[in-house]
Design a protein around this ligand. Structure first.
Ligand code: PMP
Length: 342
C-alpha cells in the first residue's frame, strides 16, 4: 500500500514546473530547437501546510527537540499569523505541542481561524497601544515565551531557518535540474530561503547567479522601509537570517507589477499563487528577457521559487475592486463576449 505515516512526511520535494505563456515568447532551452532561457517554478504551495514555511517550521522544531529547548508537552510561542504560523501549528499538532500565536488586531479573522483550526491558541493584541504598554504585541509575546516550558522559534534569528533550505530546498533544486541551474530567483522576507538555497547552490557551482526579488521600498533593494502591499517579503530592518554575501543582484519590483504578474500566473499558467510569487516570477521573467538571445541565455536554466498559494489573498490580489482601490490594473484583459456564447 502507498501511504504516508503523517502529513509531516510530505513536506518538501515540491515539483519544478515550466513557465510558458507568461514569458511572452521568451524561453526555450528544453532541448527543442527553440533556444533561450528555460524558466522553472518551484511550486511551494504544494507543501501540506500550503507554503515554503512548512520546511522551516519542521526543521526549527526538530532542532529544538534535539537541543532540549522544547520538551514533550511544551508550548511554542511565536508572534506570527502568516505562513510560518500555519507550518508551526501543523507540525505542533502532529507532535503534541501546544502553540500560542501572538498577533496584532489588524490581522484578519480568516488568518486567525486557520491557526485555531489546527488547535492553536491565538492571542490578539491592540495595535493602538505604545510598545511599553503591558498589552502590547511585544510585551505579551515576551511574557508568554518566558513562561516555563515555552519556546520561541524566532524565524528572524533562528539558524535552522536558512539551514533547512541549505539542507533540503537547495539540494532538491540541484538534483531536479541535474546540476544545470544557472540562476536562482526568490523573494526575501527573513532571507532564510535565499541564504540557504543560494549558499548550497554556489558551493556546487560558484557560477550560479543568485537573484533576489524585492518590493520597492524594502531595505534589500536599498529602500528605507516605506510601505508596500505585497505580503511576506521585504523588510525595514536586516534580519540575522539574511546572509548579505549571497545575492549577486536584487531586482526591485513595484506592487503594480507584482500583482499584475500574480494574476497572469493564475490566468495563463493555472498557478493560483500569492503576491510574493508574482513578484519573484516577474523578476525571473525580466531576467529571462535580458539574457534571451545571448550565448548565456541560450543555455540558461532559471529556477524561481513561488512561496505560497493565492487562496489566502482572494479578497486582495484576486479581488478587482481591491486592486482598483489602489489604482492597480487587474492584470486580466477582459475579452468581449457575445451574448449567448457559452
Ligand atoms: N513569500 C511569502 C508569502 C512568505 O510568507 C515569506 C516568508 N516571510 C517569503 C515569501 C520569504 O521567505 P524568507 O523568509 O525565506 O525570505
Amino acid at each position: 500500500m502507498e501511504y504516508a505515516e503523517s502529513l509531516l512526511d510530505l513536506i518538501g520535494n515540491t515539483p519544478l514546473v515550466r513557465l510558458n505563456r507568461c514569458l511572452d515568447g521568451v524561453g526555450g532551452g528544453d532541448g527543442s530547437d527553440s533556444k533561450g532561457p528555460l524558466v522553472l517554478a518551484k511550486v511551494e504551495y504544494l507543501n501540506p501546510g500550503g507554503s515554503v514555511k512548512d520546511r522551516i517550521a519542521s526543521r526549527m522544531i526538530e532542532a529544538a527537540e534535539e537541543s532540549g529547548e522544547l520538551q514533550p508537552g511544551g508550548t511554542i510561542v511565536e508572534p506570527t499569523s502568516g505562513n510560518t504560523g500555519v507550518g508551526l501549528a501543523m507540525v505542533a499538532q502532529q507532535k503534541g505541542y501546544h502553540c500560542i500565536f501572538v498577533c496584532p488586531d489588524k490581522v484578519s479573522e480568516d488568518k486567525r481561524n486557520v491557526l485555531k483550526a489546527y488547535g492553536a491558541e491565538v492571542v490578539v493584541c491592540p495595535t493602538a497601544v505604545p510598545p511599553e504598554h503591558p498589552d502590547s504585541y511585544y510585551n505579551v509575546s515576551d511574557r508568554l515565551s518566558s513562561q516555563p516550558g515555552a519556546w520561541k522559534p524566532d524565524q528572524y534569528s533562528n539558524p535552522h531557518n536558512p539551514r533547512s533550505h541549505y539542507e533540503e530546498t537547495g539540494p532538491e533544486i540541484w538534483r531536479q535540474t541535474e546540476g544545470r541551474i544557472t540562476h536562482f530567483v526568490t523573494g526575501m522576507g527573513t532571507g532564510g530561503t535565499i541564504s540557504g538555497v543560494g549558499r548550497y547552490l554556489k558551493e556546487q557551482n560558484p557560477a550560479i547567479q543568485v537573484v533576489g526579488a524585492d518590493p520597492s521600498g524594502s531595505v534589500y533593494s536599498g529602500g528605507s522601509g516605506r510601505p508596500y502591499l505585497v505580503e511576506g517579503v521585504g523588510e525595514d530592518f536586516w534580519p540575522e537570517t539574511y546572509d548579505r554575501t549571497v545575492a549577486d543582484r536584487v531586482i526591485e519590483v513595484s506592487d503594480a507589477d507584482s500583482f499584475a504578474f500574480t494574476r497572469r500566473l493564475a490566468r495563463e499558467e493555472a498557478m493560483l499563487v500569492g503576491g510574493s510569487s508574482g513578484m519573484a516570477a516577474f523578476a525571473a521573467a525580466q531576467l529571462a528577457r535580458e539574457i534571451s538571445g545571448t550565448p548565456e541565455g541560450d543555455d540558461a536554466v532559471i529556477v524561481v521559487l513561488l512561496p505560497d498559494s493565492g487562496r489566502g489573498y482572494l479578497t486582495k490580489v484576486f479581488n478587482d475592486d481591491w486592486l482598483a482601490q489602489y489604482g492597480f490594473p487587474n492584470g486580466q484583459p477582459h475579452t468581449a463576449r457575445t451574448v449567448g456564447e457559452v
